[in-house]
Design a protein around this ligand. Structure first.
Ligand code: MLT
Ligand code: ZN
Length: 461
């Protein structure tokens, strides 16, 4: 039956590339999480919208589950295919389709890498401002599916702010053309926004029209060493008062240790428990002076131990590498990832509560803190000790995540700030969304995907 179904698929869609080799199944069946063993039925690589529609219609006839797949850099298992699903990889659909100078929009296919979008925008003297470390490998379709955030959210917001239009193939194979690039459109429910962050459970993005904007003024990058956790948000408040911030990111000495071991260069001597990388507009001498004044005030108030201001683009990149290299440097330690958020005003109290919780629950386990603290998003990566089996480690982490989720609930926070729920966080969805909300979400899923074939098992508890 399976062979016959696949043969029928290729007969219907002659342009389709279909892969069934063991190596391909393994490669396309996983994302950056390494917890599940990939076991897809096959990998379909469509070249057109019609192919995607044809695949979804075929899947409905044969009742085959479909996992939409982009750059597979996801950290929550959203693109994992471990149960005989058809992986629908959008990597062949990776072109820029058009630029409109008046609308200042770029229309792209979903498989294009974020970095290529950045490059295409720059060719027109504009920027697409969503940015993060996986820019070279992640795809815009995946960014849309998870409403990706990244390092410049305090200036530009999440992916959701930058999507002017979407073409989506829904669960019945129909093509939806949502919002068509309009800036103003008060004609009822905004289905485009519903698709953003839906993790491939409602539809498959086959085309996106992205808003572009002017490049920011010249900027400066600074690395700061801080004496304690309380200083983090105080320095944020101080710098935000004096400067126009583009990014404000933090990491701990433990994160620094890993990133240095992975080849990054130390930029500040001595031992300091917390570090901040910040980037701010610095178009003129006044902005430089304001930055120095903020720095000196921080030092005087005992909030900053030391700091370094990048003197060249190369040094700025080296400072950013200390923050952006963390994920890669931790990968060999099989980290259990937490991607949580609270309101910015709740961060100081929340930090203390979870520090107490994590110190108590992980007495002999290395916990690495870093993230986008300026927008309330913390990444807490727990590293697997060699002495623990994978299964025991996950059991322990899941127990602690339950406690963490309760603490988050107390602060009205979210169990997934920017990575998505996927498989990793679905048992904790109820800590962030009410039962009524989840029931409505299930109802929405039913409307868009009546046979439940799009990324089944993801997101819902
Ligand atoms: C990052 O901001 O570097 C990633 O989203 C976090 C992670 O790898 O946990
Ligand atoms: Zn992040």
């Amino acid at each position: 039956m399976t062979d016959q179904a696949l043969a029928d698929l290729t007969r219907r869609l002659p342009e389709l590339r279909l892969l069934t080799d063991a190596g391909d199944l393994e490669h396309y069946g996983r994302d950056w999480t390494r917890r599940w063993t990939p076991a897809p039925l096959a990998i379909a690589l469509p070249a057109s919208v019609e192919d995607v529609q044809g695949i979804v219609r075929w899947a409905n006839e044969y009742k085959v589950a479909v996992v939409p797949s982009g750059g597979r850099t996801g950290l929550s298992g959203g693109a994992v295919a471990a149960h005989g699903e058809l992986v629908l990889s959008l990597e062949r659909m990776n072109r820029v389709l058009g630029f409109d100078a008046v609308d200042r929009t770029l229309t792209v296919q979903p498989g294009i890498a974020l970095e290529a979008v950045h490059g295409a925008a720059r060719e027109h003297g504009l920027i697409y401002p969503v940015d993060f470390a996986a820019r070279g490998s992640c795809s815009i379709g995946g960014n849309i599916a998870t409403n990706a955030g990244g390092i410049r959210v305090i200036r530009y917001g999440n992916t959701r702010e930058w999507i002017a239009g979407l073409k989506v193939v829904a669960g019945n194979g129909e093509l939806l053309d949502l919002n068509r690039g309009l800036i103003k459109n008060s004609s009822g429910y905004d289905l485009r926004q519903l698709m953003i962050g839906s993790e491939g459970t409602l539809g498959i993005v086959v085309e996106a029209t992205l808003r572009l904007t002017d490049p920011p003024p010249p900027s400066q990058v600074m690395l700061l060493a801080l004496p304690d956790m309380d200083a983090l948000m105080q320095v944020f408040a101080l710098f935000r008062r004096k400067l126009s911030l583009q990014a404000f990111e933090f990491f701990t000495d433990v994160a620094l240790k890993h990133v240095l071991a992975h080849g990054a260069q130390r930029a500040i001597d001595g031992e300091h428990p917390y570090y901040v990388v910040t980037e701010f507009d610095a178009p003129d001498e006044r902005a430089h002076e304001a930055a120095l004044a903020a720095f000196e005030q921080g030092v005087k108030q005992g909030l900053i131990n030391d700091g370094v201001m990048a003197q060249s683009d190369a040094q700025a990149a080296a400072l950013w590498r200390l923050r952006e290299g963390i994920t890669e440097s931790l990968a060999p330690h099989k980290p259990y990832k937490n991607d949580i958020s609270v309101r910015v005003s709740a961060v100081p109290a929340f930090l203390h509560e979870i520090q107490a919780l994590l110190t108590r629950e992980y007495p002999h386990i290395e916990v690495v803190w870093f993230g986008h603290i300026g927008d309330g998003n913390l990444h807490i990566n727990v590293l697997k000790p060699v002495s623990l089996s994978d299964a025991d480690f996950i059991t322990q982490c899941e127990h602690v995540t339950k406690l963490l989720a309760q603490t988050l609930q107390g602060h009205g926070g979210s169990i997934s700030a920017e990575h998505g729920i996927g498989l990793v966080k679905r048992s904790y969805l109820e800590s962030t969304r009410s039962l009524q909300e989840i029931a409505l979400m299930r109802g929405v899923k039913q409307v868009f995907d009546p046979n439940g074939l799009l990324n089944p098992g993801k997101m819902f508890p």
